[in-house]
Design a protein around this ligand. Sequence first.
Ligand SMILES: NC(=O)c1ccc[n+]([C@@H]2O[C@H](COP(=O)([O-])OP(=O)(O)OC[C@H]3O[C@@H](n4cnc5c(N)ncnc54)[C@H](O)[C@@H]3O)[C@@H](O)[C@H]2O)c1
Length: 288
Amino acid sequence: MGRDREQRQGRANGLLEGKVAVVTGGANGIGRACCERFAEEGADVVVADILDELGMDTIAAVEKKGRRAAYMHADASSPTDNETVMQHAVDLFGGIDILVTAAGISTADYRSDRPEAVARKAAKHAREQPDPMRRFTELRLSEWQQVLDVNLTGTLLAVQAASRVMLDLKRRGSIITIASIAAKHPEAGAPAYSVSKAGVWMLTKYAARVLGPAGIRVNAIGPGFIETNMTAVVRGLPDLEERLLANVPLGRMGTAREVADAALFLAGQQSSYFTGEMLHPDGGFYTD
Ligand SMILES: NC(=O)c1ccc[n+]([C@@H]2O[C@H](COP(=O)([O-])OP(=O)(O)OC[C@H]3O[C@@H](n4cnc5c(N)ncnc54)[C@H](O)[C@@H]3O)[C@@H](O)[C@H]2O)c1
């Protein structure tokens, strides 16, 4: 294939040529950006999500870049669904080299395809209960459990299922979890969300330690404020956006593509000596 055509298809570097990636939460936002970025660099992609229409859009975007793609309806918090997704990757594309766990929710009722409704509800909740102390002491157990089920247990299940495949096939893989600056900064997210992401970070370090001897690397990305539907609530409240950006030296929100570039680095050979690390595409928010 001529270089012009490759550049048009956006995969001039071929950094992931011949690799197979599984991306949970790949239908939208950061997950979708990872699917597209990986495809540009030559990877085939399996997309797992609960939003089928958006998932099919991701498939079309990957195929447009000249790579193979498959979509599976899969709930991140289901052990069986995770198992089936990974088996699907083996059956269709011969194995798994890269896993990104991007499936996530900010609150129990968050829906990635209904950001306006979620933003309206969050604003109403903040109006009705403006005291953060009360918001914490009255946090519903159902809210806590749902967020932990998807964000933390979902990450564990995907990491377990993918690494079982990598071990069985003796394939040195790269696993990338999506945590958040909220893993280290409680003010960057609601309580259940921040705790779930802190758990993802510890899980990442734990998995890196135990899977390292098999050549499987496990790293996290801890994005700052990124323009996706998840942050529509922030963009809908100018005061809040201004307050948050005051702590971002680069003075703007990041893009999903900028997070996908960090994922590309962790997925490929350039990061071959990285494991148990967290990268922060966050415009300088986190400086410790
Ligand atoms: N946007 C940010 O500022 C930001 C910052 C830090 C971390 N993150 C994390 O990045 C990840 C992606 O979020 P995003 O900002 O791209 O939001 P998004 O809403 O655009 O994407 C989230 C994706 O996860 C999917 N998903 C949700 N629940 C699921 C479930 N039970 N099973 C399978 N898929 C499910 C959604 O359908 C959607 O496609 C999340 O884990 C989020 O916590 C986002």
